[in-house]
Design a protein around this ligand. Structure first.
Ligand code: AMP
Length: 287
């Protein structure tokens, strides 16, 4: 297999992708912020299976971080990331600078309404505007046939899917399952911030979601608000955890539900110290 290529400018990226396209390659794309782990690599493997030429972008996007968030301390272990990409058979890593992506006179934003009103959209104002703007740019730069996103960021995946549909972008959006550590904790670049004490209690987040799923499966027929209350109590019992949000919403529209019907998305954001972790589970109530 040809050696992995890297590009830091849009011009280099375009040149390399257009060579691949001329050779008839189907282009698969995995947008990331780096600090790669097996969860990211599972997306690259999925892309590898279905596409001929796989592009991974590594860009810590300032536009999607709030002023008090972790943009400056976000991990950037580029050499480790490149090694993981090489091992996964990625063809091209695009790692632009902030100036390359956002020149000083940059003024355009892309915004998806409705789907961004709750969950992370509510607790991180402006976050999704930053995500959709950068992903729209990346789609324009890479022009992929398919883009691979993780269910771990359920709302993000739905928002990008809606953007692609609304704007008629010729890209298939493929949503891949959340990869977890052996103890259930969803893999995340932010897990490396956790102290050993925080790391030891973090799996209780997913455990609580699984217990809720089990309870709902038992057909106890409580009100959604009661299930939510039970989940809140369990999550509040995690030592030193602060609840950012707990929502039980329709898995497609993300609207808050009053009654149990169809596929539910149970999504949570929890702070352990300075680290904000998100996780979610889909519960099919008709199954
Ligand atoms: P990020 O680098 O956090 O912006 O994530 C880049 C992509 O990787 C997004 O589509 C995420 O949803 C996906 N991703 C992150 N963590 C996981 C995971 N544990 N399992 C599967 N996909 C993930």
């Amino acid at each position: 297999m040809a050696e992995m290529q890297t590009a830091t400018t849009i011009a280099q990226l375009r040149m390399l992708v257009s060579c691949a396209k001329k050779a008839g390659s189907k282009i698969g794309f995995v947008p990331t912020m780096g600090a790669l782990h097996e969860g990211h690599m599972s997306l690259a493997h999925e892309a590898r299976k279905h596409c001929d030429f796989v592009v991974v972008s590594i860009f810590v996007n300032p536009m999607q971080f709030g002023p008090d968030e972790d943009f400056h301390r976000y991990p950037r272990p580029l050499l480790d990331d490149l090694k993981l990409c090489t091992d996964a058979g990625v063809n091209l890593v695009f790692n632009p600078s902030v100036e390359e992506m956002f020149p000083a006179d940059f003024t355009t934003v892309v915004e998806v309404n409705g789907l961004t009103n709750n969950l992370c959209g509510k607790s991180r104002p402006g976050h999704f505007k930053g995500v959709t703007t950068v992903v729209m740019k990346l789609f324009g730069q890479v022009q992929p046939d398919a883009a691979y996103l993780g269910q771990k960021d359920a709302q993000q995946a739905l928002v990008i899917k809606r953007m692609a549909r609304d704007l008629d972008l010729p890209v298939d959006i493929v949503i891949c399952p959340t990869l977890r550590e052996a103890d259930g904790l969803a893999m995340s670049s932010r897990n490396r911030y956790l102290s050993s004490e925080q790391r030891s209690v973090a799996p209780l987040i997913f455990k609580s979601l699984c217990l809720l799923k089990e309870e709902m499966g038992l057909g106890k027929h409580k009100l959604i608000s009661q299930y939510r209350e039970d989940l809140l109590k369990r999550l509040e019992a995690i030592p030193k955890a602060l609840i950012d949000y707990i929502e039980i919403v329709d898995a497609d529209s993300l609207e808050v539900l009053q009654t149990m019907s169809g596929a539910l998305l149970v999504a949570v954001a929890i702070r352990l110290g300075n680290t904000r972790l998100i996780d979610n589970i889909i519960i099919n109530t008709s199954a």
